[in-house]
Unconditional design. Structure first.
Length: 245
């Protein structure tokens, strides 16, 4: 499950890299502020590139919700939905038949640009967070789906079965986010993709040679500790860990 991300680059860097423009200029200062640790279950606001308007960066709430809900119902919906994941992630294997995902997979796909994301490694009943980040670029492009509820957008990150690398790190649930290559970014937002073409993008493995990954502070998982600090991206050595990194 990908429930922890980081986005520390300026909006202008996002705009340049993805050839897009921020849809609401009044939000530039908000999103220029670095977010070293974004927790999905807080239903934070993040920037996405939506299929319906792939020339913009739009603010969206992390946690996909049905379009039958109203904005006023979202708070209660998120509280209730925590028992089945809070809409933070969407299993790509269910994308075409799940009551919620199938509304979006053809016409409301999105790209979620992140500077990094975190996954847990389980060792002797303890969790050790690992960060994954690009080793040459500023961003990773995560694949997602979204819904529109009145004037709000809600989204989820698509996940799939873990590759050998991610299975080694995320060794309990064996899942990973769908990461798009540079070539796949434009294809992902095309309007005329059929099911086989969408699944083909999802199933294509990302070149993991383009990723750096290592353990970080366990403060990441401590709710009473402020982990939204630049040091949360620093490498921490744990002698007890047997995994190679």
């Amino acid at each position: 499950m990908c429930a922890h991300t980081s986005q520390i680059q300026k909006v202008s860097t996002l705009e340049e890299q993805y050839q897009v423009k921020l849809s609401d200029e009044s939000q530039r200062e908000l999103f220029d502020h670095p977010s070293y640790h974004i927790i999905g279950f807080t239903h934070a606001q993040m920037l996405i590139i939506p299929q319906e308007k792939p020339s913009v960066l739009a603010a969206a709430t992390w946690g996909i919700a049905p379009e039958s809900k109203s904005v006023d119902e979202l708070k209660d919906y998120y509280k209730e939905s925590r028992k089945f994941g809070g809409g933070i992630n969407a299993r790509s294997e269910k994308a075409f038949d799940h009551f919620l995902y199938k509304q979006s997979i053809y016409t409301k796909r999105c790209i979620i640009p992140v500077s990094a994301f975190f996954e847990p490694h389980d060792h002797e009943c303890n969790k050790y967070p690992f960060v994954f980040k690009p080793n040459e670029k500023d961003f990773l492009s995560l694949a997602g789906i979204y819904t529109r509820i009145d004037n709000k957008v809600t989204f989820a990150i698509l996940t799939k079965e873990a590759s050998p690398l991610f299975a080694k790190i995320h060794n309990k649930k064996n899942r990973q986010p769908v990461i798009l290559s540079s070539e796949q970014k434009k294809d992902w937002l095309k309007d005329d993709l059929n099911q086989d073409e969408i699944q083909g993008i999802i199933k294509t493995d990302y070149d993991e040679n383009q990723l750096d990954y290592y353990p970080v502070s366990q403060d990441l998982f401590h709710p009473k500790t402020n982990s939204n600090v630049d040091g949360i991206l620093d490498k921490v050595e744990y002698e007890e860990l047997e995994v190679d990194y």
